[in-house]
Design a binder for this molecule. Structure first.
Ligand code: PLP
Length: 433
């Protein structure tokens, strides 16, 4: 399969090139040239298949031409060693819990899949070490660090702003050791991101070491998220609830919902989608007006969705042939203030007994408000509420239990390298590695 750039000014890439480069040379995002529909027989029996079996069929449609079947199967099975249950919250509303993986958030699947696929390509090439640089404000760093942990031929540098990530988040990427190095930058998240961007453009560094990124624009990270939606459908179908399925995705960079839209192109019977946003309402406004106006992000209590210029908008726009009406026909939007998010969390708990995290709460609210007669809604619960314990307990007056998996991280010893925020110091450090 070849991948083209959404900007249309780059040579088509192989999967291997697209995964290693991340971004096309014209700064566009890679798109597969063909999206293969899955046969009706697959949908007819989907409720009898396991999550892994379903995911392998989906992965085969995307990557089967470029990765040998046994290797791909192993990558999929290895990635999905945990369940993604659809839990009934109230009549006709289900929470698809994406937080049973190693770092209790949905980014685990994309990160693990990408690590294994990149590891395969590195072995093919004769094992030259690849170095992944990732800037994080919290969640991405933990998913990438854990996803890549122990993968041969890859070293990961996680850059994070000193004192600006929660202790629970910090311990998930600073206590791992092995091929994971945490770089504690004396600055803010934007400084970390600028360091990574500059590193990719620096000729000396690129000559010294092979660098790549692992952010959500990478095809190997965002496409595997489609697995979730097929499995959600299978679970609802088993319950006889899948005829008018509405999928609601709490969205930031729009990678997750974009993979779902690919799923629909492959024939997955989703009636419509809702993109739930916090106060960062760029996509919401696009749906309303047809104009895409990025703006600086605003800080909210659903902070993994604080994105002012969602990267994957370019993919959605391309997927629908730049047609605003076609996009609106499949996707509607919602935007909520922090007060509304908090109110929804309290209301959900009071009415149903279910604890939403601030991200999932946006999804729950959008379904509660927008579901029509006959529809059944699934919202994605993108992270375990304990990952945002401070915020959640503050809102709900609770003392939610920290799952054993998170506690285990907290028992580890923090190892990090402290660096100032100027590029020369960062470069000097990398040149010594
Ligand atoms: C990353 C993230 C999101 C947003 O996902 P996108 O794919 O960027 O839209 C939502 N919730 C949580 C908890 C996240 O970590």
């Amino acid at each position: 399969m070849k991948y083209y750039s959404t900007n249309g000014n780059a040579a088509h890439a192989t999967l291997h090139e697209a995964v290693v480069k991340g971004l096309a040379s014209d700064k566009g995002l890679f798109m597969p040239q063909v999206i293969k529909p899955l046969p009706q027989s697959f949908y007819d029996e989907i409720e009898n298949l396991s999550f892994q079996e379903i995911a392998y069929r989906v992965a085969d449609a995307f990557f089967g031409e470029d990765v040998p079947a046994d290797t791909l199967k192993q990558i999929v099975y290895d990635t999905l060693s945990f369940d993604v249950p659809a839990v009934k919250v109230k009549e006709n509303i289900y929470s698809l819990e994406l937080f049973h993986g190693p770092t209790l958030a949905f980014k685990d699947v994309g990160a693990r899949f990408m690590a294994r696929l990149l590891g395969y390509f590195i072995r093919q090439e004769g094992n030259e070490q690849v170095n992944v640089l990732v800037a994080t404000s919290g969640d991405t760093g933990s998913a990438v660090a854990n996803g890549f942990l122990g993968v041969e031929g890859i070293h990961v540098y996680v850059l994070y702003p000193k004192g600006k990530v929660s202790p629970i988040q910090e311990c998930q990427f600073t206590t791992l050791g092995q091929n994971i190095t945490a770089l504690e930058i004396d600055g803010v998240f934007d400084d970390c991101q600028a360091l990574v961007k500059n590193a990719f453009m620096d000729a000396d560094l690129n000559q010294h070491m092979k660098l790549t990124s692992a952010n959500s624009i990478n095809v190997a990270r965002f496409l595997p998220q489609a697995f979730y939606y097929f499995y959600a459908y299978a679970q609802l179908k088993k319950l006889g609830k899948a005829d008018q399925m509405v999928v609601c995705v709490p969205s930031g960079n729009f990678g997750n919902i974009c993979s779902a839209l690919f799923g629909k192109r492959m024939g997955l019977p989703v009636k419509r989608f809702i993109a739930a946003n916090n106060a960062n309402d760029i996509f919401f406004n696009y749906l309303k007006t047809g104009d895409y106006n990025p703006k600086p992000s605003v800080q909210t209590i659903a902070n993994a969705m604080d994105v002012g210029d969602p990267s994957n908008f370019a993919r959605i726009y391309d997927l629908y042939g730049k047609d605003h009406a076609a996009i609106c026909a499949d996707i509607s939007g919602a935007t909520y203030s922090d007060e509304q998010i908090a109110e929804s969390m309290r209301q959900c708990l009071a009415e149903t007994g279910y604890v939403c995290d601030p991200h999932g709460a946006c999804g729950y609210r959008a379904l509660s408000e927008g579901l029509q007669e006959g529809e059944v809604g699934v919202f994605l619960e993108t992270a375990h509420p304990a990952k945002f314990k401070g915020v959640v307990d503050g809102i709900l007056g609770s003392d939610i239990e920290i799952p054993a998996k998170l506690q285990a991280f907290m028992k580890g010893t923090k190892q990090s390298v402290e660096l100032p925020k100027d590029f020369e110091s960062f470069k000097a450090y990398l040149m010594k590695q």
